[in-house]
Design a protein around this ligand. Structure first.
Ligand code: NAP
Length: 282
């Protein structure tokens, strides 16, 4: 069998960001208000600092203002909730991103729930999960949203096909499964307690790896012709899929880096401009 075609998230994300920049410029022209994303960072974890900086740089390129809120590592749940509530009430802020994970001493769920659903452009609140699951207008979790956009871009038929999602986290595995279900895929979730993971993955027409274990999914686990989405991002730029062997069996596959990652930020920017448009009533 020939090698899989690559699903190029870098190229697609660039196009989505360009389109978002046009929408942001039109919105600014029409309303006199520049869309604004507030990024909230607790502590100075180097990876989180880098992620926030990347998101701010992309905002700038897309004509979106970013307001950086940096809180000390010792911030309490109450203080963080207070900050997020005041950003939720601030009319100059249209979207809010709480960089996570936050420290173990903070109740992350309580913090997420302090974000107004209308500004939850990272799709982390209960309200966003519910609207996404019911197919109602709202904001989706950004990585799952980006994955669906990639699947659509490459014309992947989902209706009636078997999708296996490996991972069930609240921000990635669970919501991507719900989005696939909404598109009429037959969805199976796998997790750390799944017995015989390989045999379940081998049934899949579409595999989404969202685990955080380098090269967990090997080529021999992939059904010939399957579509393989690798959302994993492990130290050394390594995904959750063993790319070299999976590329020999799949029909389409995302590289790491350059697959799912860039789509996450593109979705965040797109949703920020959509949030601003709604709040500004246009
Ligand atoms: P997470 O919260 O740690 O969840 C990992 C999931 O994988 C859990 O559901 C866990 O099962 C499951 N799991 C762990 N070991 C397993 C095994 N051996 N077999 C089957 N399932 C196993 O991680 P996450 O936040 O969802 O992130 C997952 C990966 O995606 C990470 O590499 C992360 O860096 C990456 N990521 C990338 C982006 C992006 O923009 N590209 C965004 C977010 C995350 P249990 O539930 O049973 O514990």
């Amino acid at each position: 069998m020939s090698q899989a075609r690559l699903m190029d998230g870098t190229v697609l994300a660039r196009r989505v960001v360009e389109e978002t920049a046009e929408q942001a410029a039109a919105l600014t022209e029409r309303t006199g208000t520049v869309p604004c994303l507030a990024t909230v960072l607790v502590g100075e974890d180097p990876a989180s600092v880098t992620y926030v900086r990347m998101k701010q740089n992309r905002c700038r390129k897309a004509g979106i203002d970013s307001r950086r809120v940096a809180l000390p590592a010792g911030t309490t749940t109450e203080e963080l909730v207070g900050t997020l509530r005041s950003l939720s009430e601030d009319p100059a802020v249209h979207g809010i991103l709480l960089q996570h994970p936050v420290g173990d001493h903070i109740d992350e769920r309580a913090a997420f729930e302090a974000i107004a659903p209308g500004k939850d452009v990272d799709g982390v609140t209960f309200a966003s999960f519910a609207t996404m699951s019911f197919g109602l207008p709202g904001f989706v979790s950004c990585t799952p949203g980006g994955i669906l956009r990639l699947l659509d871009e490459y014309g992947v038929e989902l209706g009636g096909r078997r999708a296996v999602v490996v991972g069930r986290s609240a921000i990635l595995g669970k919501p991507v499964g719900m989005l696939l279900l909404a598109r009429d895929a037959t969805v199976t979730y796998c997790h750390s307690r799944t017995a015989d993971l390989s045999s379940v993955v081998r049934e899949a027409d579409v595999v989404v790896a969202a685990v955080g274990r380098p090269r967990l999914i090997r080529g021999r686990d992939v059904k010939p012709g399957a579509v393989v989405i690798d959302a994993g991002y492990n130290p050394g730029n390594v995904g959750d899929v063993d790319f070299d062997s999976a590329v020999e069996r799949a029909s389409l596959i995302t590289p790491v880096p350059g697959g799912v990652g860039p789509m996450t930020i593109a979705t965040l920017l797109e949703q920020t401009v959509r949030a601003a448009a709604r709040q500004l009533g246009v």
